[in-house]
Design a protein around this ligand. Structure first.
Ligand code: ZN
Length: 384
C-alpha cells in the first residue's frame, strides 16, 4: 500500500482539501480527509505538499512532441508527454501517411505499448483521417487518400489497428464513406467517429450519426462552410457541434488563442459547457521557423510556408491556457483534460477521474497547472 498525504484531491464533483489517497499496486483503493484515514506507521508515504492531486491527463489527439513523433519514435514521445502529466495518450496518425506508413506506425506503437513501462500510457490510436477533405488542414497538399474510398486500401489499416483504433476522424462529405464507417465499426464496435477537416453541412453529418459520430476534431480549426445563398452564413461542422448536445468539441487551447480565438473559446464553453469540451494538444514536431511576429511563442508549430501546423502544447500548458482564457476553475479544467476524453473513448471505467477501483494515474499540480509529480499505474515518476 502507498499513501499520498497533504493533498488537495481533485474529484469529479469538486475538491477534497487536506486529503489522503491510498493506492495498492496500480489501483486507487481509497481516499478521504486526513482526519478520517489512518496511515500505518510502516507505510510508504508520498507527500503532496498541499498541491492539487488530480487524475492524470488524457490526451486523445497528439502527433508527437519533444522532437519525437509517434510514427518514428513512440517511446520517446510517450515519455515526453508523461513528464507533463499525460498518463493516457492516443498517438495520432495522419493522412500524410501512405497505407504502408500507417501499417508501420501501428506496428511500432503497438510494440512500445506491449513491451515498455512507458507504453502503459498508450491507450490506443486516434486516426486523423485518412478520409478527410483535402481542402482543409495542415499538410493538406500531402493527403495521400484523395481518390475513391476502396476496401483494398482501408481494410488492412483498420484490421491492423483493431480495437485500439479508438477514434477515426472523417469528413462526412467524402463520397463512399459509409462502407468505411461500417467496416471500422464492425472491427471495433465501440469506436468513436469524429468530424474533422470537413465542410459537411448538418444534414450530411446527421445522416451518418447512426454509425457513432460524437466528436468534432479540433473545433473551429480546419473546418469550412458551403453557403447556399450569397451573403448568408452557412452551417458546417462547427455549427453542428454547437447544436447537437451529444457532440464533444475538441479544443486546441494555445496561449495566444491562435488556433481558437479566446472569444470563441468562451462561446464554446457557454454553449457546450464543461461536460462536452475536450482539451487536446494536437502537438506536432516541426523545425520550420515561425513567422516573425510569432517567434517568441513557445506553444505553436508552423510548416514550411509559415502556416499553422499544430501546436507544441502539453496538456498542463493547455489547461493553464484554458484557465487564462476563461473563468474555469481547476476542478472544471481537469474534467476537460481527463474525464471527458476518457468518456469519449469509452475508457471511463478505468481512468479519467479519481475513484476507488480506477487506475492510480495521478498528477500533482499547483494552482496554475505546473506539474510536480506524475504517477502512472501506482509508479511514481518525479518530474525533471
Ligand atoms: Zn491533429
Amino acid at each position: 500500500m502507498q499513501y499520498i498525504k497533504n493533498a488537495k484531491l481533485v474529484l469529479e464533483t469538486g475538491i477534497l482539501w487536506d486529503a489522503v489517497l491510498a493506492m495498492n499496486g496500480n489501483r486507487i483503493v481509497g481516499y478521504g480527509m486526513t482526519s478520517e484515514i489512518e496511515i500505518p506507521a510502516n507505510a510508504e508515504v508520498i507527500d503532496a505538499k498541499g498541491l492539487y492531486v488530480g487524475p492524470g491527463f488524457v490526451d486523445i489527439h497528439v502527433h508527437g512532441g519533444g522532437d519525437y513523433t509517434f510514427t518514428a519514435a513512440p517511446e520517446k514521445a510517450v515519455k515526453h508527454f508523461l513528464a507533463h502529466g499525460e498518463t493516457t495518450i492516443l498517438p495520432t496518425l495522419y493522412y500524410d501517411l501512405s497505407k504502408e506508413g500507417f501499417l508501420e506506425a501501428i506496428d511500432r506503437v503497438k510494440h512500445v505499448k506491449e513491451t515498455t513501462w512507458a507504453g502503459k500510457a498508450i491507450g490506443g490510436f486516434y486516426m486523423e483521417g485518412p478520409y478527410m477533405n483535402p481542402k482543409y488542414g495542415a499538410l493538406a497538399d500531402q493527403n495521400k487518400w484523395r481518390g475513391d474510398i476502396l476496401p483494398a486500401m482501408y481494410e488492412d489499416v483498420v484490421d491492423a489497428a483493431g480495437i485500439l483504433a479508438k477514434v477515426w476522424a472523417v469528413a462526412p462529405e467524402r463520397e463512399g464513406l459509409e462502407s468505411f464507417l461500417a467496416y471500422a465499426k464492425k472491427v471495433n464496435p465501440n469506436v468513436m467517429f469524429s468530424v474533422g477537416h470537413s465542410e459537411a453541412n448538418p444534414a450530411q453529418i446527421q445522416k451518418l450519426k447512426k454509425y457513432g459520430i460524437g466528436l468534432q476534431t479540433h473545433c473551429m480549426d480546419a473546418t469550412g462552410r458551403v453557403a447556399t445563398w450569397a451573403g448568408t452564413r452557412a452551417c458546417g461542422p462547427d455549427e453542428y457541434c454547437m447544436t447537437d448536445s451529444d457532440m464533444y468539441a475538441e479544443i486546441i487551447c494555445d496561449s495566444l488563442g491562435i488556433h481558437v480565438n479566446p472569444d470563441l473559446i468562451r462561446m464554446i464553453l457557454k454553449i457546450k459547457g464543461v461536460d462536452k469540451i475536450i482539451l487536446i494538444t494536437d502537438s506536432f514536431v516541426s523545425h520550420e521557423q515561425a513567422p516573425k511576429a510569432l517567434r517568441h511563442v513557445t506553444d505553436l508549430v508552423f510548416d514550411h510556408k509559415g502556416d499553422l501546423n499544430g501546436s507544441r502544447l502539453t496538456m498542463d500548458v493547455a489547461c493553464r491556457n484554458m484557465m487564462t482564457h476563461t473563468n474555469c476553475g481547476i476542478a472544471q479544467t481537469f474534467l476537460m483534460a481527463a474525464r471527458n476524453p476518457a468518456r469519449a473513448i469509452g475508457m471511463e471505467d478505468e481512468i479519467g477521474t479519481i475513484e476507488v477501483g480506477k487506475k492510480a494515474n495521478l498528477v500533482f499540480v499547483d494552482d496554475m497547472f505546473h506539474v510536480d509529480t506524475v504517477i502512472l499505474e501506482g509508479k511514481v515518476l518525479r518530474q525533471v
